[in-house]
Design a protein around this ligand. Structure first.
Ligand code: ADP
Ligand code: 6PG
Length: 256
């Protein structure tokens, strides 16, 4: 039987949100204090990962810089715009089991930026709660989101990828308040597929029973949010490529 990794489901990368580049490239991205590379303070054991540079090279992580237009093939201004590009800070979001931990590091490697695992920012009490099968409340999530926001803020201007379910609009607002200019990649897919993948995951604290509450809390990206929704059918490499293309569509292709 064909494995899931070999599946050839129609690519459905859907660019759902295009924010004006003035927000994407806000000057707020620049000038934050340097806390990059600082590890997550929470527990969880998967650790922040430093992604290796990829064949695409770091340039792929760059969005047009402040005051520039979208760089496109054949655009006379492309070279000068490319020089002014600002690396993106990307949050890979979605319900548990949707592939954040699988796709996030691949995306970071392709973009040539560091990856941080969102689970590792949880206070121990949150891990204990989820392990026991109790969904987190908003109050449980604020310190976790603030820790992730702090990491993202520290990557401003230099780029990074961090996973965070970021299920509700208010959570994403919280992250953006800490790190303006964040771009979200929402990994989305069929509930049965996600449940199946989650059921086969080993060594993770999150029980599949919490998927109901995850879907109940999920609020997809809204029209004014910078980000893309990426279908999670197929294998990790396929999904990563889909995400990269969607980000390119959002910000313009990387300079060559
Ligand atoms: N594209 C994929 N195809 C097959 N299995 C996958 C795919 N993406 C993730 N998985 C598996 O599904 C499970 C959940 O993925 P994970 O990355 O841990 O999700 P999340 O971090 O969003 O909770 C893991 O066991 C992972 O290996
Ligand atoms: O309730 C939440 O907001 C999420 O569950 C969030 O806490 C995160 O998703 C967990 O760390 C579980 O990790 P996975 O999403 O990787 O299963």
């Amino acid at each position: 039987m064909r494995s899931e990794y070999e599946a050839t489901a129609e690519e459905q990368t859907q660019k759902v949100r295009l924010l004006s580049h003035s927000l994407l490239n806000s000057s707020d991205l620049m000038g934050f204090s340097d806390v990059a590379g600082r590890g997550p303070s929470g527990v969880g054991g998967r650790g922040a990962r430093q992604a290796a540079a990829s064949p695409r090279g770091p340039a792929a992580a760059f969005a047009p810089g402040p005051g520039t237009g979208r760089a496109r093939e054949g655009d006379h201004a492309q070279d000068s715009e490319a020089e002014m590009r600002t690396p993106q800070v990307v949050v890979v979001m979605g319900v548990a089991g949707t592939g954040k931990t699988t796709i996030g590091p691949r995306l970071a490697a392709a973009l040539g930026v560091p990856y941080a695992e969102g689970d590792d920012f949880h206070p121990p009490a949150n891990i204990a709660k989820m392990t026991a099968g109790t969904p987190l409340t908003d109050d449980d999530r604020w310190p976790w989101l603030d820790a992730i926001g702090s990491w993202a803020r520290g990557r401003a201007g230099r780029g990074g990828v961090v996973s965070s379910s970021a299920l509700k609009r208010s959570y994403r607002d919280r992250l953006r308040a800490a790190a303006p200019g964040l771009v979200f990649v929402h990994l989305a897919g069929d509930r049965r597929l996600i449940e199946d993948r989650m059921a086969h995951r080993e060594g993770h604290f999150m029980p599949t029973a919490l998927l109901d509450s995850q879907f109940a809390a999920l609020q997809p990206l809204e029209a004014d949010e910078a980000g893309v929704t990426v279908d999670v059918s197929g294998g990790p490499e396929q999904i990563t490529e889909r995400a990269l293309r969607a980000l390119d569509d959002l910000t313009g292709p990387a300079p060559v």
